[in-house]
Design a protein around this ligand. Structure first.
Ligand SMILES: Nc1nc2c(c(=O)[nH]1)N[C@H]1C(S)=C(S)[C@@H](COP(=O)(O)OP(=O)(O)OC[C@H]3O[C@@H](n4cnc5c(=O)[nH]c(N)nc54)[C@H](O)[C@@H]3O)O[C@H]1N2
Ligand SMILES: Nc1nc2c(c(=O)[nH]1)N[C@H]1C(S)=C(S)[C@@H](COP(=O)(O)OP(=O)(O)OC[C@H]3O[C@@H](n4cnc5c(=O)[nH]c(N)nc54)[C@H](O)[C@@H]3O)O[C@H]1N2
Ligand SMILES: [Mo]
Length: 681
């Protein structure tokens, strides 16, 4: 990102035309970054709560007062047991310096509970680990050379604009593009074909494709023999997934399964052309998300797609990056490194905060430090999350840019710097380049970088280990594992000078095996899954909540709800930016005309969306973009911007995926009703 500064102020941000993955483009929301920096509501000073928890009333205090109070409260809790303290952070910035570095050192030294960072990608990343040995895949640049691209559970225009540029180029060169998504997104509109499957049924579709590939002999036998394990077991499994059976599970025609498999297999095997799959996280947010990813991830190896640099699959590239976690986070500072503290899953923070403690859970959580995250809005089963945060005996600190829904429950809020005001290094989960981040302007008000806040706190806590004195640049210098061949020649010094550097990887990383598994092969059969509840070869794991898998529940709540990312928000970041809000309009639920008609709901009506976990009021958008039986609530809105102070997570559950203990945001049955006069009163 190129930042223009005039008289000490950021006046413009732009993409860097020389940066290959992004080519000078910024998405709509990041292009508004100056508006976010100079927003009148920006948090500029430390604040202490004066109202009730949740009310959002604060008074200004000094940094000294804030840090003294935080240090003494944390010390008091730590005296009872470090595990009673919990750090909570995620996607605000995912920088290696302002994410988990100095903060992790402080919490390790305190012996605080560890955080299970599962809220976004861990079903998919665990699945990839079982299949490829890590979160690795194609280089995004080469999608433009593919002849067929399956956009599987991804609204690429919305959530991955830079890849979209490559897809458009592929289209210009004659590639066929197919979207697999229960919703006809803007992306699907621009595809050659849209396959609207029911949420959470992706594994079935992939296994059905394999069934056809096997039947037709559309396989790359040589690739399978040399670079995969478990073909026989996978073939046996796929044999059970006939197109007719799959069609029923997915809510599509059997012919669609046939033609998709034939197109994919013939192009790859008979014509030896590159076929690519862009998988994204939308399809792993249901009970069987892990097995779904595993099933899809087997396809490229069956047809030998990996032989080409424009063939294979990309879900994540983050597993490539050689990051020195131990240097950044210093787990050796733990009171007893051989017996680390318990891990609290961030996706079930509601239950965790409401837990009063027992032998299994351990002691209750009494202090919570939140940074880079807005859990009161983003975590599932929000009613319980808010109830947990409202506990009077919980001491809560939040480091933020704005007074978010989460800040409303804090005892103390601390003003943090934004990206243009601090040093950082970023890896990526979509491309294969390290990026350096230098400050362009000095911080607004009294804002401080996260790492500096934790550095000052460490001093107050009396921590004297040398690493607590590391500057942000020194931390940046420690971040990259320079001994790794992948990082050859890459250092903070280079990133500072050049801005970015591509990992030293082959163009077609798995053309001849070389997966990150111990034997370098793609694992159709995963030994690691033997003896678990899960099948070692991919299988369809039905949703917890769907008409087919839970007909009893579906009598009360017959509609499957998804809540995918809005184009103009970044989770809840940017959801308070005035020039972006009108583009999203208001919080809505999208419903198919047939489902709307049955409930006498008209376009624009106020409706209640509800299940046993909660209810929320939204404006109905009647549209055939969403398939029948499914409703969509574009997300993630700030709760306090809604009339009733709620968002989609009021309805989502704290159940977890089959792999990776991730949330099941899109595995959620609801009913939608018109708001009647009595409800309005
Ligand atoms: N504009 C914008 N961009 C973002 C974000 C944002 O909030 N806003 N968030 C960022 C983050 S943190 C992440 S993790 C990524 C998220 O990336 P993704 O989660 O991949 O999000 P989307 O690209 O919206 O893709 C989700 C799509 O999957 C569809 N879908 C839902 N359930 C299923 C299913 O069961 N099967 C299939 N096949 N499709 C399904 C939805 O209708 C939606 O169109 O995006 C990143 N980019
Ligand atoms: N219903 C539903 N819920 C979802 C999702 C969904 O699709 N549907 N998506 C899920 C996904 S994929 C994800 S990744 C999570 C994301 O959830 P979060 O990780 O909570 O991400 P954000 O909501 O963007 O909140 C990040 C906060 O960090 C702050 N921040 C940004 N940079 C900094 C910084 O440098 N320092 C500090 N101290 N703060 C900073 C921002 O102001 C913002 O308020 O949400 C999940 N929740
Ligand atoms: Mo995410």
């Amino acid at each position: 990102m190129l930042v223009t500064v005039e008289e000490g102020r950021v006046t413009k941000v732009a993409g860097d035309p020389a940066h290959p993955p992004t080519h000078g483009a910024l998405c709509t929301k990041v292009a508004r970054y100056p508006e976010r920096i100079y927003h009148p509501d920006r948090l500029l000073h430390p604040m202490r709560r004066v109202g009730k928890k949740g009310e959002g009333k604060f008074e200004r205090i000094s940094w000294d007062e804030a840090l003294d109070e935080i240090a003494s409260r944390l010390q008091a809790v730590a005296a009872k047991g470090g595990e009673r303290i919990l750090p909570y952070n995620y996607a605000g910035t995912m920088g290696l310096v302002q994410g988990d570095s100095m903060s992790a050192r402080v919490f390790h030294k305190l012996g605080a509970s560890l955080l299970g960072k599962t809220i976004c990608a861990s079903a998919g990343s665990t699945a990839l680990k079982h299949t490829y040995g890590g979160g690795v895949g194609m280089h995004m640049e080469f999608f433009e050379e593919a002849r067929l691209i399956l956009l599987w559970g991804t609204n690429t225009i919305t959530s991955n604009l830079h890849l979209w540029t490559k897809i458009q180029e592929a289209k210009r060169r004659g590639a066929k593009i197919i979207a697999i998504d229960p919703y006809r997104t803007q992306t699907a509109d621009k595809c050659d074909q849209h396959i609207a499957i029911l949420p959470g049924t992706d594994a079935a579709l992939a296994l059905g494709m394999m069934h056809v590939l096997l039947r037709e002999g559309l396989l790359d036998r040589e690739y399978i023999d040399h670079y995969t394990v478990g073909f026989a077991e996978l073939a046996e499994q796929a044999g059970k997934y006939t197109p007719d059976h799959v069609a029923k599970l997915c809510g599509i025609e059997a012919g669609v399964v046939e033609s998709l498999a034939l197109l994919y297999g013939r192009l790859a095997v008979l014509e030896k052309q590159p076929v690519a799959i862009r998988l994204n996280y939308g399809m792993q947010r249901g009970h069987g998300g892990g097995q779904g990813v595993r099933a899809v991830a087997c396809l490229p190896a069956l047809v030998g797609a990996w032989r080409h640099r424009a063939g294979g699959l990309l879900l994540s590239s983050s597993g490539y990056f050689p990051v020195d976690m131990a240097a950044l986070q210093r787990p050796d500072l733990l009171p007893d490194p051989a017996h680390p503290p318990r891990t609290i899953n961030m996706s079930t923070i509601g239950n965790a905060l409401l837990h009063t403690g027992d032998a299994h859970f351990g002691p209750p959580i009494e202090a919570l430090v939140v940074y880079n995250s807005n859990p009161v809005a983003v975590a599932p089963e929000s009613g319980k999350v808010a109830a947990g945060f409202a506990r009077e005996d919980l001491f809560t600190v939040v480091l933020e840019h704005f007074v978010t829904d989460t800040c409303d429950y804090a005892d103390i809020i601390l003003p943090a710097t934004m990206q243009v005001e601090h040093v950082d290094i970023h890896k990526s989960y979509g491309h294969t380049w390290f990026v350096g981040n230098q400050p362009a302007v000095s911080p607004m008000g009294e804002c401080l970088p996260n790492a500096e806040i934790f550095r000052r706190l460490a001093k107050r806590l009396g921590f004297t280990d040398a690493c607590f004195g590391d500057t942000d640049e020194q931390i940046a210098d420690q971040a990259i594992q320079t001994s790794s061949p992948l990082a050859k020649g890459i250092s903070w010094t280079l990133l500072k000078e050049k801005g970015w550097a591509r990992l030293n990887l082959p163009d077609a990383p798995f053309a001849t095996g070389g997966f990150l598994t111990a034997d370098g092969k793609c694992h159709f059969y995963s030994e690691a899954l033997e003896g678990t509840d899960l099948s070692p070869v991919p299988a369809f794991v039905p949703p917890y909540e769907s008409v087919q898998s839970n007909p009893m529940l579906a009598q009360k709540y017959p509609l499957a709800m998804i809540s995918p990312p809005s184009r103009n928000f970044m989770n809840t970041t940017f959801a308070n930016i005035e020039s972006l809000l009108p583009k999203e309009g208001e919080p809505v639920v999208e419903i198919h005309p047939v489902d709307a008609e049955r409930r006498t709901i008209r376009h624009g009506d106020q409706v209640l969306v509800q299940n046993d976990r909660g209810s929320l009021q939204l404006t109905a958008v009647v549209t055939n973009r969403i398939r029948e039986g499914v409703v969509s609530i574009p997300s993630v809105w700030w709760k306090k911007k809604a009339k009733d102070g709620k968002n989609a997570n009021e309805l989502t559950s704290q159940l977890l995926t089959d792999m990776g203990e991730a949330p099941v945001f899109y595995d959620c049955l609801v009913e939608v009703k018109p708001v009647t006069a009595s409800v309005l009163n």
